[in-house]
Design a protein around this ligand. Sequence first.
Ligand code: GDP
Ligand code: MG
Length: 166
Amino acid sequence: MTFSLAIVGRPNVGKSTLFNRLVGRRLALVDDQPGVTRDLREGEARLGHLRFTVIDTAGLEEATDESLPGRMRRLTERAVEQADICLFLIDARAGVLPADEIFADILRRKGGHVILGANKAEGRAAEGGLLEAYALGLGEPVALSAEHGQGMDELRSVLEPLAERF
Ligand code: GDP
Ligand code: MG
């Protein structure tokens, strides 16, 4: 019994940092073909006793001809379709930006299981952003610090009841 979790959100909110923390050295992806843009990264995650596949929507950072909003939409929709659960990350220090609203919109319309994570939540600078996150209409945000490993128990306890469905 396992499930997949896609981490989505605008560039720089800490998706890859969280991916790396969840996966550690157990990176499933090995063959990096030169010249091929790989925009979804997959790994085997471990969080307490939970084991699951985690998907990082990388590729948003790369410069291409396609506009950033277009790429965000395409990658996010693909991740949502592939994954059982979506973890939508915002940067609690930056607060809710227009790009975050675009994601929230996509996710609300797609339905499915969405967890809202407010990353970079260590310290007081995140308090305002954490409050703003409630207004996204995706439930209570889970305060996380991917860099410092904070909020991982809370993330696990939000995932646990969902994980039982798969
Ligand atoms: P991505 O573009 O969403 O994949 O974001 P990255 O994982 O590449 O992180 C973007 C920047 O945010 C990097 O400089 C990270 O070190 C930083 N970062 C990630 N997580 C945290 C966090 O919990 N707290 C703080 N303060 N910075 C973080
Ligand atoms: Mg990244």
